[in-house]
Design a protein around this ligand. Structure first.
Ligand code: C2E
Ligand code: MG
Ligand code: MG
Ligand code: MG
Length: 287
């Protein structure tokens, strides 16, 4: 039931995963060992200015190079990592690795790191972030944390205080997948996010459904009044990019701009980091 080469070139094994509790357990064991064996890897995807296409940030997206199953996407293991309590260790590795890598990039490029709600609730997130910054020497202004509405759903005074402390350190905070799930606009007044990442479902339906354009415009206006940047996820075509620009979105991200790629394939044209030897098709050229 292992099927290779999904949309992202991942091996998907949904059926296999759903199959038995036994296999689930097997995967958990694999996961624990995989973490120790260094089977995880970060891919990076560019976030660019919607108009100038200048690179603003790279989002770190974790992958698991499973010895038998191949490259596994995070949707297949983040939930398991949360359930088993391993998300703390994984999250720490992700922050350490992402910050260390970003420290070698040009100064104007931020690193965006996804934080799971469980990481928020169950780990000493502030300490972990501080360590990653100190160890890497990355200035806090270059770190952007992405949280989803799930964090806000379990909103506690604690969470708010952590977010405020992050902001006071100069770290920016983005609200990921905005407009889906448990949306309530009230939390936008509870915490001053730096950025709203408009969920890719809105970008996807932009051309097919009139109301998606209206929603994107509304979010852009909301962002402007609340002094938050807006970014549209999942941009896959020139037509979508044009519409998003017209709507006034600040930043864009998606396969049309650049696919997630491992650190070794990144070339910053204006930067210090010049990687030789990568094939051109595997390389994201970023300026
Ligand atoms: P996300 O944070 O919303 O990340 C964007 C996802 O959309 C990524 O999937 C990315 O590869 C995909 N994507 C980007 N551009 C396009 C596009 O043009 N079209 C389409 N169809 N998809 C696009 P990925 O890497 O599979 O990650 C899925 C989710 O897993 C992420 O959603 C995030 O919630 C979570 N995740 C990924 N990396 C991490 C991590 O390091 N830590 C945590 N806690 N969660 C992570
Ligand atoms: Mg994200
Ligand atoms: Mg997102
Ligand atoms: Mg998303």
């Amino acid at each position: 039931t292992i099927k290779a080469g999904g949309r992202n070139g991942f091996a998907f094994f949904n059926q296999a995963m759903a199959a038995t509790a036994d296999e689930r357990h097997r995967l958990e064991v694999d996961f624990r060992e995989g973490l120790a064996r260094g089977e995880f890897e970060l891919y990076y995807q560019p976030l660019v200015d919607a108009v100038t296409q200048q690179l603003r940030a790279m989002e770190a997206l974790v992958r698991w190079n499973h010895p038998d199953k191949g490259l596994i996407a995070p949707d297949r293991f983040i939930a398991m990592a949360e359930d088993t309590g391993l998300v703390g260790a994984l999250g720490e590795w992700i922050l350490q690795t992402a910050c260390a890598e970003a420290a070698t990039w040009p100064d104007h490029v931020k690193i965006a790191v996804n934080i799971s709600p469980v990481q928020f609730r169950k780990t000493n997130l502030l300490d972990v972030i501080m360590c990653a910054l100190v160890d890497s020497g990355l200035p806090p202004e270059r770190l952007e944390i992405e949280i989803t509405e799930r964090v806000l759903l379990e909103w506690q005074a604690d969470h708010l205080s952590i977010l405020h402390q992050l902001k006071n350190l100069g770290i920016s905070v983005a609200l990921d997948d905005f407009g889906t799930g448990y949306s309530s606009l009230s939390y936008l007044t509870t915490f001053p996010f730096d950025k709203l990442k408009i969920d890719r479902s809105f970008t996807r339906d932009l051309l097919a459904r009139d109301h998606c354009g209206a929603i994107v415009c509304a979010i852009v206006n909301l962002g402007r009044s609340l002094d938050m940047l807006t970014l549209a996820e999942g941009v896959e075509s020139e037509a979508q990019l044009r519409m998003l620009r017209a709507a006034g979105v600040d930043q864009v991200q998606g396969y049309y701009i650049g696919r997630p790629a491992p650190a070794r394939d990144l070339v910053f044209e204006t930067g210090r980091r010049q990687q030789a030897g990568a094939r051109d098709t595997d390389t994201i050229r970023l300026s």
